[in-house]
Ligand binder design. Structure first.
Ligand code: HEM
Length: 479
């Protein structure tokens, strides 16, 4: 097998150089607990484009902003791996939905999702109103803690998930509803376990006997099946109430209408139920954990940099006052607050390796010949720490996003939502949510650590989403 191994490698003549792997495993055993950090070190050694292997699967890691922009702007780099041991395709079909589909299926459904989300949110106050209602509910829950140490993660996740529920199902759940909490907890668990994917792929025999990897894979799969039942119930419920005219339009109705329309006009209609279930999974997964975890990062950075928190609060107090809820229209008056949100996103690099792309055909990337079906990783974590774009990248400093007149600037090398054809399709929703949640939380509360506790941005769990390890805070009302 060693011969086979080395012969497969030597055949890839123009493949980018990188760290040496070991037979059978490739480089996966060297990733460490925080792969993006390890990959940043490899960048320093091998440059902006280097090659790796997970098992025998080749991977190319891109670490420079402009290279990523160029490569991800090309349709040839817009593929996704079509299956995985721990994806919801066990319940909905491989290569379906929005995140893991590719080619025409992806193009059609991405276009539909973008325009539907735009139509649902645009020029209408209900989306902003429903986000604000969630923010106010969350603030009430935090006031109810009466300044006792409290871990905000679960309530925060529920509040943010409710925004997605409003968008896709036209309904929200009580923040303390145990069934809803069970659902959001399953999603959180699954996101945190994505890092088991590579191990399960490289060592499929681990599924044959009890061990930690198998336990994690089984938990994820069990959760996926329960979630699929939940989504299916929602779909059926919608089908039953379709005729009522007082309903608020939502993603599900829009999808069902599109499906009906296309069934009359298009020969090959991909707006079927498995594709719907898969898309609901994706919007839920991509749309809730990301925003709520960014808010957790905001708490961490505000505790680490209290002078920034005070400055944000002072800006809000002076320009708006602390007694009324901040709305989207206030953003223009709060450049320092906006800059702080951007700096939180830069430092957190929430989705540190973006979502892996694959090549749909052979690509030439700066002289390297990358074969079809190669996985491409964008190391956004290293982009956000690149000294070519960021002065003193390790420093938390919102003013880097402001010009000398304290006006907000667009900063080169900033890509929390990735770039190109597959860039986040919820970006504008996410930005609105981040502002409304974080700015209103800071308007309403001083954040403090319980006596004797510490908090550090280095204490986190690395997976597809980097998430701070659990912590408690004291939420001291500011009114
Ligand atoms: C702070 C919040 C968020 C961050 C940091 C974030 C980041 C990302 C990143 C890095 C990607 C991968 C892009 C790529 O493959 O190149 C992505 C994809 C995606 N995001 Fe977001 N996201 C956020 C919020 C949201 C929200 C609120 C939604 C829901 C509407 C959403 C829906 C999606 C979808 C559907 C994709 C897959 C797009 C595709 O494959 O074509 N995201 N996001």
């Amino acid at each position: 097998s060693l011969y086979f191994w080395s012969s497969t490698f030597s055949r890839r003549k123009n493949f980018p150089p990188g760290p040496t792997g070991i037979p059978f495993f490739g480089n996966i055993l060297s990733f460490g607990k925080q792969p993006p950090v390890t990959m940043l070190r490899w960048k320093e050694q091998f440059g902006d484009i280097y090659g790796l292997h997970v098992g025998r699967k080749p991977l190319v890691v891109l670490s420079d902003f402009n290279t990523i922009k160029k490569v991800f702007g090309d349709d040839a780099a817009a593929g996704r791996e079509q299956s995985s041991p721990i994806r919801h395709d066990i319940a909905t079909g491989a290569g379906s939905g929005l995140i893991f589909s590719q080619d025409d299926l992806w193009r059609t459904h991405r276009r539909f999702a973008l325009s539907t989300l735009r139509d649902l949110g645009m020029g209408k106050n209900w989306l902003e109103d429903s986000i604000i209602a969630e923010v106010e509910g969350l603030c009430q829950t935090l006031r109810d803690t009466e300044q006792k140490p409290f871990d905000p993660k679960e309530q925060l996740t529920n509040s943010v998930s409710n925004v997605i529920c409003a968008l896709i199902f036209g309904q929200r759940f009580d923040l303390k509803d145990p069934k809803f909490t069970q659902l959001t907890t399953m999603l959180t668990t699954n996101i945190q376990n994505v890092d088991v994917e590579g191990l399960a792929e490289v060592m499929p025999f681990l599924m044959w006997f009890p061990n930690r990897v198998r336990d994690r894979v089984m938990t994820v799969r069990r959760n996926l099946r329960s979630l699929a039942v939940f989504f299916k119930d929602q779909v059926d419920e919608h089908a039953r109430t379709k005729q009522r005219d007082e309903v608020v339009p939502d993603y599900l109705y829009a999808y069902q209408a599109e499906a009906e329309n296309r069934s009359k006009t298009v020969a090959e209609n991909t707006f079927d139920e498995p594709q719907l279930l898969s898309s609901l999974f994706d919007l839920f997964i991509a749309g809730s954990e990301t925003t709520s975890t960014t808010t957790l990062w905001a708490f961490v950075y505000m505790i680490e940099n209290p002078e920034v928190m005070w400055k944000v609060q002072a800006e809000i107090d002076q320009n708006i006052g602390r007694d009324r809820v901040l709305t989207n229209a206030d953003r223009g008056l709060l450049p320092y607050t906006e800059a702080t949100l951007l700096e939180i996103q830069r430092c957190a690099s929430l989705v540190p390796l973006s979502v892996p792309h694959t090549t749909r055909s052979e690509m030439n990337i700066d002289g390297y010949i990358i074969p079809k079906d190669t996985v491409l990783l964008a190391n956004l974590y290293s982009v956000h720490r690149d000294p070519r774009y960021w002065e003193k990248p390790e420093k938390f400093d919102p003013t880097r996003f402001l010009d000398e007149k304290e006006k907000l600037i667009r900063h080169e090398g900033f890509a929390p939502f990735s770039v190109g054809k597959r860039a986040c399709l919820g970006e504008s929703l996410a930005k609105m949510e981040l502002f409304l949640f974080i700015a209103n939380l800071l308007r309403s509360f001083n954040l403090r650590l319980p006596a004797g506790k510490t908090l550090s941005h280095e204490d986190y769990h690395a997976s597809v989403v980097n998430c701070p390890n659990p912590f408690q805070l004291i939420f001291e009302p500011r009114t």
